[in-house]
Ligand binder design. Structure first.
Ligand code: SF4
Length: 608
């Protein structure tokens, strides 16, 4: 099979056995790889209704056909499981170098099943595969463990690990790789913690079969040249995603004080320019990436090194908690990375607790004596540690804002900023109806990366709803996740405007199969419908209520900044959702119809 290693590694953590299986070409045809392959495994192999933290849940770590090749940014790995945070589908993508190493070791994917009694890590050196004791690593931080394993095994091994938060089953624990890249969302690290799998270490020396080497090489050159000649390259390379901070404030989308506002009055101190000047040590790239957006930083104030803070972290741990010193944000970022917490959910949970405190819903009796207020960095650091240790109020916040609102009571559910139980990422959207729809309909919860349509709202006019806005969300929900099926980064397209047809052309040179970009988009749509069917299967009352926006977005207006006074009415929001369902071919409750499943070639898999 050109473009694929051709093998899957199945690891049973209960009995400690490992097994090799061939990669089914028919599955590759229908689901491509990466997130598509993982979604198929999740739907077909994980029984309905399993406990996400029980032995019957599985974790699929999957590369795509482009992974590990010379395609710019071909270093993305998908990690899929049943989410302990939402109870539905979880899929998180991580960059770095491990994806190439997995392919070179001869595996397109690893499927973890069962649960180990004792802590272990998976050692993979080409065909040598072992589960090794990890009792001495248990309890240690993600960055610390990565360093230790590299010292023990050698620099050539690529490591992914969980931190203490994953071990303690915090519901939004992440998996860390390459000293600061994360599979962040949905609690994928929590499931590894439940399985007592501390880390994965991989080294590979094999090659990837290519159908037409000359055409592939030529197309890769074309893609690199286009990246290097992009007008946007210089700024992107200099600031990475941190360059978004100033723009987000200018358009009133920067989450501030638990999404009360979209404008942080001290945002200039968090800008990409200030960050580069104050703390950035060097640029850092994933595998085969010509435009390194990673920034490796050093905080003198706190004496730590950290990758970042990238935009989402600055937004949620910076503006959303009203921290105005980039070094404090870098330290909060470091704590989350070392302890193994998703910075987006952690920032949301802390901001939520602060707002509850300021409104008198909770007091120092609930916080173990901590006085909470926006802008108080020491309180933020303390809460991060409490969450990771599940200590006191940290145990409540460890289950997310939806749960915390149930515990804290009052009207706190109105400002618990989440969809499907997942906290919202970094764009205040009360003046961006399509962006809010993107959050509502995202397949993992309130995450921006499936459809970052806020630029479309700005382009066509931010007020008002229209069928076009629903259509744009759908279009992006097929394009962007397609990169997670291919195993490549989407940012060369998003930021450098790389031609999408190039990806179809190079995939053809790689695999020998003739498929247009539109053919590939059909696969992405198939995966989207499969994951929606998964939600419907797993969550008893799943339907349009699960696509509801946070009440703050329709009950309260933005308090300050360029979008002050904005909100989206419930009626408008629901009309836009109707348009979305109709265009998707789903019923009024948001469930894919049988006709749609048949059209998507899913009728043999999704049987109701
Ligand atoms: Fe990694 Fe950034 Fe390059 Fe994408 S653009 S491959 S995230 S370094």
């Amino acid at each position: 099979m050109y473009g694929y290693a051709g093998r899957i590694l199945r690891v049973n953590l209960t009995d400690g056995t490992t097994k090799l299986e061939p990669y089914d070409p028919e599955i590759a045809r229908r689901f491509l790889g990466g997130r598509g392959f993982s979604a198929y495994i999740l739907y077909t192999e994980v029984p309905q209704g399993v406990d996400p933290l029980g032995p019957d849940n599985k974790v699929v770590i999957s590369t795509g056909p482009l992974s590990g090749t010379l395609v710019p940014g071909a270093g993305k790995t998908d990690i899929t499981t049943k989410s302990p945070q939402t109870g539905g589908y979880a899929s998180a993508s991580v960059g770095g170098l491990i994806c190439a190493e997995l392919k070179y070791a001869g595996y397109d994917a690893i499927i973890f099943e069962g649960t180990s009694v004792h802590p272990v890590y998976l050692f993979v050196d080409d065909d040598k595969v072992e589960l090794r004791a990890a009792a001495d690593l248990w309890g240690k931080g993600s960055l610390t463990v990565e360093e230790e394993l590299k010292k023990t095994l050698g620099e050539a091994f690529q490591i992914a690990t969980i931190g203490p938060a994953g071990e303690k089953l915090v519901s939004y624990a992440c998996i860390t790789h390459d000293f600061g890249r994360q599979a962040g969302r949905g609690g994928v690290g929590t499931v590894l913690g439940a399985k007592k799998l501390k880390a994965i270490a991989v080294r590979g020396t094999k090659s990837i079969p290519i159908a037409d080497v000359d055409a592939f090489r030529q197309q890769a050159r074309t893609m690199y040249k286009a990246c290097m000649e992009s007008d946007a390259l210089e700024v992107w390379q200099k600031y990475g995603t941190a360059g978004v901070t100033t723009w987000a404030n200018e358009i009133g989308a920067f989450p501030t004080r638990n999404f009360q506002s979209g404008f942080f009055e001290q945002h200039e101190s968090l800008s990409g320019e200030v960050m580069r000047e104050a703390i950035v040590v060097t640029d850092k790239a994933c595998f085969a990436c010509p435009c390194p957006c990673g920034k490796y930083s050093h905080s003198q104030k706190h004496n730590v090194f950290v990758e970042g803070p990238e935009y989402e972290t600055t937004a949620l741990l910076g503006g959303n908690c009203a921290l105005a010193d980039i070094e404090d944000v870098a330290y909060a970022n470091y704590l989350c990375d070392e302890l193994g917490l998703d910075t987006i959910s952690a920032g949301n949970c802390i901001a939520f607790a602060i707002e509850c405190f300021e409104r008198g819903i909770i007091s120092s009796n609930d916080t173990g004596g901590l006085e909470l207020s926006f802008g108080h960095s020491q309180a933020v650091f303390a809460l991060i540690k409490k969450i990771a240790a599940r200590e006191g109020i940290g145990d409540v916040l460890a289950h997310g804002v939806k749960h915390a609102a149930e515990v804290f009571g009052g009207d706190s559910a109105d400002f618990a900023i989440q969809v499907k139980g997942m906290e919202m990422s970094g764009y205040e959207s009360r003046n961006a109806p399509s962006m809010l729809l993107s959050y509502m309909t995202c397949d993992v919860g309130a995450h921006h990366n499936r459809s970052w349509s806020i630029t479309y709202d700005i382009q066509v006019g931010r007020d008002g709803i229209s069928a076009d806005k629903a259509a744009k969300v759908i279009e992006l929900q097929h394009i962007r996740p397609l990169f997670d099926c291919l195993g490549a980064c989407r940012l060369q397209w998003v930021e450098l405007n790389l031609n999408l047809d190039y990806y179809a052309q190079i995939l053809q040179a790689l695999t020998g199969e003739e498929r247009s970009w539109d053919d590939l988009l059909k696969i992405s749509e198939r995966v989207w419908n499969l994951t929606r069917a998964y939600w419907a299967r797993e969550v008893e009352d799943f339907g349009r209520a699960w696509d509801s926006p946070p009440p703050r977005t329709w009950k309260e207006k933005v308090t300050t900044g360029p979008t002050q006074g904005s909100s989206i009415s419930w009626e408008d929001n629901q009309k836009l959702l109707d348009m979305y369902y109709e265009q998707r071919g789903w019923d009024k409750n948001g469930i894919p119809t049988q006709a749609k499943l048949t059209e998507m070639d899913l009728a043999d898999i999704v049987t109701s």
